[in-house]
Design a protein around this ligand. Structure first.
Ligand code: NAP
Length: 256
């Protein structure tokens, strides 16, 4: 029960990494605000997660609102306070990666990616931090960045800057918010099998290659991120701020 009675907001919690993290936070005693896109499929997925969380004796609500909308963060915080009275942990996880080559990148694709992954996140982190400051009990903010914050990708020239931006945002916010005991950290997943890369990894050769590039010989599963996120959310990491944690099965260090 590392997060007993804490309120945790997780954006993009209807599927993939966010969903696994939300369920583990609930298992650790937290009540959860499940963010998603607001599309019907997101709402349905969120409802099934709410039922799973109820089954283990915790509470959850869902808030469907586009992460690219600069007001979404305030909405998430407002709904969290209405339902649970406070915000202790904010996990900025929602993200998209529409793979595309650089030389003919459509402006719309670039802008949608940057707005969803970074611009909305900036103001969502700001909204969560203001609420935590008001509560005077500190808090934990976690950005789900990526190994792509550290390395490039031919078809991710619009995506990798957003992940480097999130990492940098956590570092600067750690400096700005330390005086309120609000900790800010980033997790950097490697290749985790989710919907975001399903098409890219449908090619069996690419799948085998990416698995072989890791030290552990396998791709990650969404649940592999749950422990690191709970750790950074909880008081177990009370002296950790401005840090980044690679969760990549050893992909980054495996150069050869
Ligand atoms: P995923 O399975 O595709 O899940 C994406 C989540 O984000 C869903 O809950 C989705 O909600 C939500 N989302 C998408 N667009 C949104 C929008 N405009 N507004 C609000 N929510 C939106 O992806 P994932 O792999 O778990 O990715 C989660 C995060 O991890 C992303 O930030 C991604 O960049 C990062 N990451 C993933 C990997 C990887 O290999 N999988 C590696 C490094 C970093 P709906 O259900 O409503 O669409």
């Amino acid at each position: 029960m590392l997060l007993k009675d804490k309120t945790v907001i997780i954006t993009g919690a209807s599927r993939g990494i966010g969903r696994a993290a939300a369920f583990e936070c609930a298992k650790q005693g937290a009540n959860i605000v499940i963010g998603h896109s607001g599309r019907p499929s997101g709402g349905q997925a969120a409802q099934s997660l709410i039922a799973e969380i109820k089954d283990i004796g915790r509470h959850a609500i869902d808030v469907g609102s586009d992460a690219a909308n600069l007001d979404t963060g305030e909405l998430l915080v407002r709904e969290a306070v209405k339902a649970f009275g406070q915000v202790d942990v904010f996990v900025n996880n929602a993200g998209i990666c529409p793979f595309h080559s650089f030389l003919d990148m459509p402006r719309e694709t670039y802008l949608e990616t940057v707005n969803t992954n970074l611009n909305g996140a900036y103001f969502a982190v700001q909204a969560a931090a203001n609420q935590m400051k008001k509560q005077r009990q500190g808090g934990s903010i976690i950005a789900v960045s990526s190994i792509s914050a550290l390395v490039g990708g031919e078809f991710q020239t619009h995506y990798t800057p957003t992940k480097a931006g999130l990492l940098s945002l956590m570092q600067s916010c750690a400096v700005a918010l330390g005086k309120y005991n609000i900790r800010c950290n980033a997790v950097l997943p490697g290749t985790i099998a989710t919907d975001i890369n399903k098409e890219d990894l449908a090619d069996p050769e690419k799948l085998a290659y990416m698995s072989s590039r890791t030290c552990l010989g396998r791709l990650g599963e969404p649940e592999d991120l749950a422990g690191p996120i709970v750790f950074l959310a909880s008081d177990m990491s009370r002296y950790v701020t401005g840090a980044s944690l690679l969760v990549d099965g050893g992909l980054f260090v495996n150069l050869q």
